[in-house]
Design a protein around this ligand. Sequence first.
Ligand code: FIX
Ligand code: ZN
Length: 445
Amino acid sequence: MDEINLTLENVESVVQHALLHQPITDMHTHLYPPTFGTPVPNRTGSTDAGGLMLWGIDQTLTYHYLVAEVFRVVPATQLSFETFWKMTVAQQADHIWKTLFVQRTPISEACRGVLTLLARLGLDPNEKSLDSYRRYFSQQDPDEYINRVMELAGVQSITMTNPVFDDNERQRWLNGAAASGDRRFQAVLRIDPILRDYPMAARRLHEWGYAVQPQPDARGIAEVQRFLRQWLDRQRAIYIAVSLPPDWTYPIRPDANGPADSAARAGETMLEQAVLPVCRERQVPLALMIGARLRVQPQLREAGNMVGRADVSAVVNLCLRHPENKFFITMLSRENQHELCVAGRKCGNLMIFGCWWFLNNPSLIDEITRMRLELLGTSFIPQHSDARVLDQLLYKWPHSRACLQRVLTDKYRDLLGTGLRLTQAQVQRDARLLLAENFQDFLSR
Ligand code: FIX
Ligand code: ZN
């Protein structure tokens, strides 16, 4: 087949085609296969109230992004948090649909996302009630619906988040229900408490039979290593992940000796002497997601978390002090993004990924992706979905793909302006790197 050369006239269509036809490896989601149970009734009517596979219109509308937004329009002084949380999921969804989609213009990114996914499913986004959507989803089988959504979204592999300190999740692994190994999903060992709240982690580990004391000692370090190896094996996890607060520092300042510092120092000991050695031994990356200040508004539950500017020098120190380890890093603050790009130029074992959470909006994806291409070339992972509800893949990826298309088109136009010749195959290679291979190669590096 004749090679297609890029021109100022065809560049946009060539980029659009390359991105649309590149299967995506989604490196960070909160999605699950049906083996983890689902609270949404399927055609057989079976439900599992604590089920972790979320899908369908009610789960989509009660996504914590939209919960935060609905309380801005109908504040807790009018509809108390307690009243809202006592509602059924369907009642919450009705309230959110009426408030944000019928009575107001659904102009926010999280609102627009719901409209995009409804349209991708062939449903009319102009309905005033949820009845017709609920009828549609009641006719879906969760397992088949996963295949449909992955095909429509262009996603070839879904990477989960599996928080082993969550009792519901852990029990599903221990009773074997979760370990059936659904090829569409890859597991990730999520261990926040070990680094973020070591005293709590130590109590839980001790309950589970690991000889771990409140303060790290040699036996405890060996036991945490044993715990990590066991769960990496049980989950067949492809990397280990932790979310860290904006005030995380590395190394901890020598003069830091307050009560909170003692827990932080224990977490640092476990990072250096348990987590990183096991990651090296198993050649799995450690993913750090830095900048989330949790439960700032606890009455909003998952919706109550906040962003804070973090210290990028902690990332540089970590990567330079542990050159044999591989680090996926994403940061939540817009203000951290430029420093993080420059850090990426210093540390070859640092793979920057995603426009995380409050950054996953077109205006910021555009700004951050341009910055990354200009400073890092194609050596980064532009996006992950962070989807919590399966249907969200039908908007998170189309919206991000549109941003990436605009930015890449501009960058290729700039290159053509230098007289460089470019071909469709080169654009397809770049799309492959950005949407799949950079992640896969970093795992196997
Ligand atoms: O820590 C995380 O994995 C965050 O992505 C989530 O906790 C957060 O609620 C989220 O889903 C953001 O998009
Ligand atoms: Zn997440």
